[in-house]
Design a binder for this molecule. Structure first.
Ligand SMILES: [Zn+2]
Length: 196
């Protein structure tokens, strides 16, 4: 299986310690889902800039090079948000979790963001938990208006209503003069898609 994944010949025998090149490592990491969310690679701000500018929209995330870049981008964003912390706070519900349960979430959808906006990583990204907040924000069930979390009028169920009830009206600590434009984009984006 190893030979197949790293595209060695079928009969190749691993006989000692070998360092795989980047492509082979990438193939192996993604096949076995070995990407760690806590032990992220160290990426400098300069490298991050290079990555953002070099993304090719047409092949984005599909090839190994794209995956390597995505991993580096994510690594950088997580490092910027969490540093060396192992515990962090969700920016929506305010609860503390091990950072493997927190996402470096784009307030303005990443796919809609310009390079300039992506480079504004101190403001466009915030931590959201995997226990619901990230998905609810991503899908537009919640938005942030004047710094307060508000609930959108969408199809819901009792358990979901209960969850939304816990976060509705909370103050979002990430809403400020630098992030307001991203929150406003998010709110407008979802109020438009609701009408459509
Ligand atoms: Zn949360």
């Amino acid at each position: 299986m190893f030979n197949e994944i790293v595209s060695y010949s079928e009969n190749y025998k691993v006989q000692g310690f070998v360092v795989l090149d980047e492509d082979k490592s990438s193939a192996l990491l993604s096949y076995f889902d070995l990407e760690s969310e806590t032990a992220v690679q160290t990426v400098s701000e300069e490298e991050y800039r290079g990555i953002i500018k070099s993304f090719n929209i047409d092949t984005l995330d599909l090839d190994i090079e794209g995956k390597t870049k995505s991993r580096a981008e994510l690594g950088f964003l997580r490092k910027a948000l969490f540093g060396n912390k192992t515990i962090g706070k969700c920016g929506i519900c305010g609860k503390e979790y091990p950072i493997s349960f927190l996402i470096a979430a784009h307030i303005k959808k990443r796919s809609f963001s310009s390079n300039e906006e992506k480079l504004d990583y101190r403001n466009i990204v915030m931590p959201m938990c995997k226990f619901g907040c990230d998905d609810l924000f991503e899908k537009g069930y919640i938005t942030v208006s004047e710094g307060i979390i508000s609930v959108n009028d969408k199809t819901t169920t009792k358990p979901l209503k209960r969850y939304l009830g816990h976060i509705e009206g909370k103050r979002c600590g990430y809403w400020n003069v630098n992030t307001i434009k991203y929150f406003d984009w998010h709110r407008n984006h979802h109020s438009l898609s609701k009408v459509r």
